[in-house]
Design a protein around this ligand. Structure first.
Ligand SMILES: [Zn+2]
Length: 494
């Protein structure tokens, strides 16, 4: 009890100071020239406040294309125009292009996160050390007290963290849609930050077991999607709960629940939206959970965690073409088990990486999560070479694009693809001396080393700073959100 009161008091105090001191701070976009951007006349700026897509060339970087044909290009260039990668190679000609100095930088595709409950980000590090304050009780208490605008502020903070740390595409698993407004506000945050995203339409915290999902709102959202993502940077997916398994006593699940689950996935497939699902999450739970979904597994599915998957079930997944999203940062922290990424890869499954949730992972730095993944895979296999640095980077880039069905657009630096790329500085003491760039990225990078981040040709971070996002305002609003939601939680408990 003491701990709980202490924690709440601490949260209110810190958040209050942040909110009082920082609300209204001027946006960093005020001086685009200082960020190395081509200034745009006010009339030419897009209404979103994001930088325009121009023409630029990254010169002289160590380019990891993550494409098997193009390979690595030391002292290489990447030419980008109107959001497209025009050319990748050495000594490219591009007279009209703005030059971005790539020397002493590693240039690579932006990282791709495949599962992130962004609405929980304002609860960073709030999963506490007692059962009643663990991850699920905390996010349920706070989730139930949230309003639509709280979704916006939390997801905006998450998107800012993604961009800051080199993630250019993410899958926003929105598991707190209490009404359509909650989804709309969450999507607005994605759109305004300029990130490339999949929005995965989920249930809400505290939904009574067996209650049918609000498919009418999902269909409405699908019907008006162009309004939510006019430039197509955000796509819609459905988060499915799956066919319920056997009861603890071996009894078959109620037929009504099975029928509801079928109706959900049939709706998603009729609308043509991809499907994500959390499945077989804890290693120490009975096998058979994947088998129960056998009739529905397919290439349009992204299966999350999967630690209780048996070898036979892995074959089933591999044959279906479904991908697996592994989030070792959260899986290790919450005790779901040691990763099975090595086994999934051996079974021929496309494996991608994910953040999951800031209350458990602390930060959402995907290079750090890849490092955890690689180290856990090698530890489990008693093998220094089981997962190489390059293979880990593929998991964080092109495999993620495949998992989201967008590998024709992003995931590698290839002419014709959209320009989602990052530049990582190597001229800092924590990155010296330059050795193997794939190992440096997976072992040594900190978010602050990410110098430049480009999403769909828009430069969103340059010289280590946001070009358009107002960092202080985003943080202050998220802090104020925690204060107000905490108040509502307190009132509900009293
Ligand atoms: Zn999750």
């Amino acid at each position: 009890m003491t701990e709980k009161i202490g924690r709440r008091g601490f949260v209110s105090g810190v958040a209050g100071v942040a909110a009082a001191g920082l609300v209204g701070a001027s946006p960093l976009s005020a001086n685009p020239q200082a960020q190395g951007q081509t200034p745009q006349p006010a009339g030419n700026r897009p209404a979103t406040g994001l930088p325009a897509r121009g023409e630029f060339i990254v010169r002289g970087g160590y380019v990891l294309t993550m494409d098997s044909a193009l390979g690595d290009i030391p002292d290489g260039d990447v030419h980008v125009k109107n959001g497209n990668i025009v050319a990748v190679g050495k000594n490219l000609k591009a007279a009209a292009a703005q030059i971005i100095d790539g020397r002493r930088m590693i240039v690579l595709p932006g990282l791709i996160d495949t599962h992130w409950h962004m609405w929980t980000t304002y609860l960073r590090c709030m999963a506490a050390d007692k059962a009643e304050d663990g991850y699920f009780p905390v996010t349920t208490r706070y989730g139930q007290a949230m309003k639509p605008e709280d979704m916006y502020h939390s997801t905006r903070l998450a998107a800012a963290e993604a961009i800051y740390s080199g993630t250019t595409t993410l899958n926003d698993e929105c598991h707190n849609i209490r009404s359509l407004d909650y989804a709309v506000e969450d999507i607005r945050a994605l759109r305004e930050t300029g990130i490339r995203a999949r929005f995965s339409y989920g249930p809400y915290r505290g939904i009574p077991p067996g209650q049918p999902r609000d498919l009418a709102s999902f269909e409405k959202l699908h019907g008006e999607w162009a309004k939510h993502s006019p430039d197509g940077l955000i796509t819609l997916a459905y988060t499915w709960g799956g066919i319920p398994g056997m009861g603890a006593n071996g009894a078959a699940p109620p037929q009504e629940r099975v029928d509801n689950a079928r109706k959900e996935i049939e709706t998603a497939r009729r609308l043509g939206t991809p499907i994500t699902m959390h499945l077989a999450s804890r290693e120490n739970t009975p096998a058979g959970q994947v088998q129960a979904q056998a009739a529905y597994l397919g290439k349009d599915m992204l299966l999350i965690h999967m630690l209780a998957t048996s070898p036979d079930e892995m074959k089933l997944v591999a044959n279906s073409g479904a991908s697996i999203s592994s989030s070792p940062g959260s899986e290790l922290r919450i005790g779901y088990g040691l990763t099975k990424v090595g086994e999934f890869l051996d079974a021929g499954i496309n494996v991608a990486v994910s953040v999951d949730t800031a209350p458990l992972t602390g930060n959402c730095h995907l290079f750090g999560i890849l490092k955890l993944m690689r180290n856990a895979v090698n530890a489990k296999a008693f093998d220094e070479f089981k997962l190489t640095g390059r293979r880990a980077l593929e998991i964080g880039t092109i495999n993620g694009a495949r998992a989201l069905g967008i590998d024709h657009l992003v995931g590698s630096l290839v002419p014709g693809k959209r320009a989602d790329l990052i530049l990582v500085r190597t001229d800092v003491v924590t990155m010296g001396v330059f050795t193997d760039p794939t190992h440096m990225l997976v072992e040594a990078v900190e978010p602050s080393n990410v110098d430049t981040v480009v999403v769909d040709g828009r430069i969103l971070k340059r010289g280590g700073k946001f070009t358009a996002l107002a960092q202080e305002q985003i943080m202050a609003k998220a802090a104020a959100t925690l204060v107000s939601v905490s108040q509502r939680v307190k009132t509900a408990a009293s």
